[in-house]
Design a protein around this ligand. Structure first.
Ligand SMILES: NC(=O)c1ccc[n+]([C@@H]2O[C@H](COP(=O)([O-])OP(=O)(O)OC[C@H]3O[C@@H](n4cnc5c(N)ncnc54)[C@H](OP(=O)(O)O)[C@@H]3O)[C@@H](O)[C@H]2O)c1
Length: 273
């Protein structure tokens, strides 16, 4: 059976996804696997929760009849020393990475200054900002060894929050604005290469994101989506894989994704509930 252009472009590639234990990262791993289930695709799925990564790996192996190879690796992106040893700790045949999806990220709380908890602030910045930058710096040398100045894809998951700051989100918004700024600088720095730098900014997506934001309070998390039809993590995963599978000369530089009822960070149409 003939393969689609997208499937062909994933032949023999190795994709590394951070934050693959849940939500968008997990869906992205599944979507890559489903796009090329038997083309020597390798997926390195990373996060702190290894049980969920093992479950995901088993699901992908089963769905693709072992056509996609999956390597679950425990990695806390907020720990610079873990990232430093990450590539050298991979088995040799897994080090030729072609696509990095910098997805791991979170927000803690809705506090406003001057009530923002110092620890929450540190967690958000070391995960969303320095974690993403450290991962990029760890993988970029692999891309740069390829011809024409280098080749590979860096796909950063930003947010509407990085474009439009809102009250109660100052730390998260600042972290995602930093991602946006870093991404744009990087694209400019790498102009003489074939490395693609891509940013995907979701609006409202229902994942574990709000549960984490409200420190495990599911009722508060559910209220965020009351009367709305939020995006699903699969909706974002499809765009990630779309961006990674364009012809090499096409860069989906940035994209902003809303569910139909959303028109800005806070303009949301809600059905009466
Ligand atoms: N949901 C939304 O409405 C929304 C909107 C815009 C942007 N985003 C962004 O989308 C990305 C994914 O979030 P999601 O919505 O899919 O939320 P999620 O379901 O909570 O998933 C977040 C993922 O990040 C991982 N993670 C958190 N801290 C980490 C760390 N220190 N090291 C490694 N992995 C870490 C988590 O894994 P472990 O806990 O196992 O480590 C989990 O796999 C984030 O960057 C988020 O900011 C989400």
């Amino acid at each position: 059976m003939a393969s689609s252009a997208a499937a062909k472009r994933l032949e023999g590639k190795t994709v590394l996804i951070t934050g693959a234990s849940s939500g968008i990262g997990r869906s992205t791993a599944l979507e890559f696997a489903r796009t090329n289930p038997n083309g020597n695709l390798r997926l390195i799925v990373t996060a702190r929760r290894t049980d969920s990564l093992e479950e995901l790996a088993a699901q992908i192996r089963k769905e693709t009849n072992d056509g996609v190879k999956v390597l679950p690796v425990k990695l806390d992106v907020s720990k610079a020393d873990e990232i430093r040893g990450f590539v050298s700790g991979l088995p040799e045949e897994w080090r030729d990475i072609h696509v990095l999806v910098n997805n791991a990220g979170l927000v803690k709380g809705v506090a406003k200054a001057p009530e923002i908890d110092e620890e929450d602030m540190n967690i958000v910045f070391t995960t969303n900002v320095t974690g993403l930058i450290n991962m990029t710096q760890a993988i970029l040398p692999i891309f740069q060894k390829r011809p024409n100045g280098g080749q590979g894809d860096i796909i950063n998951i930003g947010s509407i929050a990085g474009r439009e700051p809102y009250p109660g989100g100052s730390i998260y918004c600042a972290s995602k604005a930093a991602v946006r700024s870093f991404t744009e600088s990087l694209r400019k720095e790498l102009i003489a290469t074939r490395i693609r730098v891509i940013e995907i900014d979701p609006g409202q997506v229902e994942t574990e994101f709000s549960v984490v934001r409200f420190y495990g309070d599911k009722a508060k998390a559910d209220a965020v989506y009351a009367g709305c039809d939020p995006l699903t993590p699969d909706d974002i995963a499809e765009v990630v894989v779309f961006a990674a599978t364009r012809r090499e000369n096409v860069v989906v530089a940035e994209s902003l994704l809303y569910p139909n009822h959303q028109a800005s960070a806070l303009i949301m149409h809600r059905r009466p509930t």
